[in-house]
Each structure stands twice: as structure tokens, then as C-alpha cells.
Design a protein around this ligand. Structure first.
Ligand SMILES: CC(C)(COP(=O)(O)OP(=O)(O)OC[C@H]1O[C@@H](n2cnc3c(N)ncnc32)[C@H](O)[C@@H]1OP(=O)(O)O)[C@@H](O)C(=O)NCCC(=O)NCCSC(=O)c1cc(O)c2ccccc2c1O
Length: 147
């Protein structure tokens, strides 16, 4: 890939909400840094915890649940146990049933991201597993996270 297409790390100020996530001993791989697959679990943890906390998602009883249909991540600098990462969250786009969440992972106190990426949730009916319009409570939280 030419350097013209190389992504550059985002700064904290372009994210709307933050959550701290402690790394665990088991997150480090053979090279002594957090393995790439762990970053996707941080994306899930950060966004879903925020939605649950703000009353927009009920993973146990809710009629509407989010299915991930697309994920992507760029890695700029290593993260290693025992660091605590700070996940910045924002919404780039929302449609009838889908939301694109963008997440940046910052080393504690760092101004620029160590990694950043996105995932798209499609909200579906729990029983039929077919897309449904975003519920009102979710729409409100999504609006508050718009970049
Ligand atoms: C999710 C599907 C049922 C969607 O079916 P389909 O693609 O047929 O739907 P539509 O064509 O009507 O599109 C609806 C809506 O989605 C947008 N969209 C579809 N695909 C993409 C895509 N690849 N990228 C971006 N956007 C896409 C489309 O534009 C429409 O947008 P509107 O806003 O205009 O409505 C079906 O695709 C499906 O079942 N896929 C498999 C899903 C899956 O198995 N994912 C992996 C496991 S799920 C998961 O990881 C997961 C993560 C979590 O964080 C969870 C949190 C809480 C609860 C559950 C979680 C969870 O399961």
C-alpha cells in the first residue's frame, strides 16, 4: 500500500465517550504485546458496556439485539499488560437498522491512538433475527455519540 493510503492515528478530541479497560496477563502473546484479536473484544466490550450503562441495550431481555456485520482495525503502536487502555467511542453513521461505531484505543494519558477501527452493528429482532428499526432509546444514545 502506498503511503498516501496509510491511515494516521486519531486524537482523543474526535471521540465522544471513553471507557477504561484493564489489560490481562493472558492478553500478551509470544512477542510480549497484546495480540491483534484481543482488540476486537475490546471494541465489543467498550461499545456494549456503554449502551447497557445508558439504557440502550438489554442483552438478556431486550427484543432487539446487535449483530456485527463488519469489523476493521489499524494498529499504530503496541499495547502490553499491565497497561490500562482507554477506549474512545463515536458513531460515524446510522441508518434504519445499522450503526457504524468507531473506536480508538489510547494508552493511558496518550493524546493519539495506539489503534483505531470500527464495527457495524445491524439491530435485529431477537426471535426472527431480521433487521428492525433502531429502538428509540438506542437512537437517542447513537445521536449523542455522533462525530
Ligand atoms: C444481520 C443480518 C441479519 C442482516 O441481514 P441482511 O444483510 O439480509 O439485511 P439487510 O440487507 O436488510 O440490511 C440491513 C442493514 O444492514 C446493513 N448491512 C448489511 N450488511 C452490511 C455490511 N456488511 N456492512 C455494513 N452494513 C451492512 C444494510 O446497509 C442495512 O442498513 P440500514 O441501516 O439501511 O437498515 C445478517 O447479515 C446476519 O445475520 N449476519 C450474520 C451476523 C453474525 O453472525 N455476526 C457475527 C456474530 S454476532 C456478534 O459478534 C455480536 C457482537 C456483539 O457486540 C453483540 C452485542 C450484543 C448482543 C449480541 C452481539 C453479537 O451477537
Amino acid at each position: 500500500m502506498s503511503s498516501a493510503h496509510k491511515p494516521t492515528p486519531h486524537s482523543r478530541s474526535s471521540y465522544r465517550a471513553f471507557r477504561s479497560i484493564p489489560t490481562r496477563w493472558m492478553d500478551n502473546d509470544m512477542y510480549g504485546h497484546v495480540n491483534n484479536v484481543v482488540y476486537y473484544s475490546w471494541f465489543d466490550t467498550a461499545v456494549n458496556a456503554l449502551l447497557i450503562e445508558r439504557g440502550a441495550l438489554d442483552i438478556h431481555q431486550g427484543q432487539t439485539i446487535g449483530f456485527v456485520v463488519e469489523t476493521q482495525c489499524n494498529y499504530f503502536a503496541p499495547i502490553a499488560f499491565p497497561e490500562t487502555v482507554e477506549a474512545g467511542i463515536r458513531v460515524a453513521q446510522a441508518g434504519r437498522s445499522s450503526v457504524r461505531y468507531e473506536i480508538a484505543l489510547f494508552a493511558q494519558g496518550a493524546e493519539t491512538a495506539a489503534a483505531q477501527g470500527h464495527f457495524v452493528h445491524v439491530y435485529v429482532d431477537r426471535a426472527t433475527q431480521r433487521p428492525v428499526p433502531l429502538p428509540e432509546a438506542l437512537q437517542r444514545v447513537v445521536d449523542s455519540l455522533k462525530a
